[in-house]
Design a protein around this ligand. Structure first.
Ligand SMILES: [Zn+2]
Length: 306
């Protein structure tokens, strides 16, 4: 089964629900990144949250969650594009000890100097809008609690999040109360009680349910008394723009002499993507090829300037 984001609407339009569950996508993302379990959990929760928020905020571009930590974790970056491709990385502070039970607060905000930002980076191909940066107050113990406060302030809509992650999967549910449509006269107590009921039902979600059940089964279990309209699922994929060709270009920029010097000390050059950790290896033959290709290439417009 592919990894998907699913959206549902309560029949009375009092609230919407989104659910995301990532398995192979998440495993691909972690394949070259070796984190302690508590950081996998933190990164997974942020990844699930990024998918839920980016599809909730109507916006053509990337949503980036960026955390600068003052504790064992120096930096976390999670990106979700409008096409629901994701990537996520965490950088540990050198020499720092990661507590086994590390949390958002103890890993990134141990001295109260952590910074959490939501960046909306518009699709440059369709707009010249500038990126928007919102500060997320680090108020709350968990990723979900902290983002709920942010959503309440930025969207003015009551929003609840449930997030869970381990080494194999990450998942999340977003429940959001919808404003009443203008002109529709209906007793507001009904909507109040509909929201209270939805909250009471989702409040029982366990991490194990988030991780083990597929979204439709989870929704049926939570909202078996309600009528929910389900929308077409959207596929979520892992995608990092790193390629062997990009690394090759980086080595070309380093220069033939430098590359040859490295190769006198060892058999090959290993370069890992700074973001996803994917390794790229160049041996002496590959390295020689880099510069032969360059010499034989027809002069580019850039070269002809000189
Ligand atoms: Zn990469």
């Amino acid at each position: 089964m592919t990894d998907q984001l699913k959206k549902y609407l309560f029949q009375d339009q009092s609230a919407r629900v989104q659910a995301v569950k990532l398995a192979s996508t998440w495993q691909t993302g972690l394949a070259h990144q070796h984190y302690p379990a508590c950081i996998q959990r933190l990164l997974g929760e942020l990844t699930a949250a990024a998918v839920l928020l980016s599809s909730n905020i109507k916006f053509d571009g990337s949503l980036v969650l960026q955390l600068q930590g003052d504790g064992p974790v120096a930096l976390v970056v999670v990106e979700c594009t409008a096409e629901l491709t994701i990537r996520a990385t965490a950088k540990l502070r050198e020499g720092a000890e990661v507590p086994e039970d590390g949390t958002l607060q103890s890993l990134l905000n141990s001295n109260g100097l952590g910074r959490f930002m939501v960046v909306l980076d518009p699709n440059r191909e369709v707009t010249d809008m500038q990126p928007y940066q919102g500060i997320v107050p680090m108020e709350g113990e968990t990723v979900a609690e902290v983002l709920e406060v942010y959503m309440r302030n930025s969207e003015q809509l009551e929003t609840r999040l449930w997030l869970a992650a381990d080494a194999h999967q990450c998942a999340g549910v977003l429940l959001q109360r919808l404003p009443r449509k203008g002109g529709v006269q209906e007793p507001s107590e009904d909507r109040e009680s509909a929201w209270d009921r939805a909250l009471a039902m989702t409040a029982t979600i366990q991490d194990s349910e988030l991780l083990e059940l597929d979204s439709d089964t989870l929704m049926r279990r939570l909202f078996w008394e309600e009528s929910l309209v389900a929308f077409d699922p959207q596929e979520v994929r892992w995608w990092c723009p790193c390629t062997r060709e990009r690394v090759a270009n980086m080595l070309r920029m380093l220069g033939e002499d430098e590359v040859n010097e490295i190769l006198t000390e060892r058999d090959h050059i290993d370069v890992s993507c700074n973001f996803c950790g994917k390794p790229y290896r160049f041996d002496a033959v590959d390295a020689a090829g880099l510069f032969i290709e360059k010499r034989n290439a027809p002069p580019s417009s850039e070269d002809s300037v000189h």
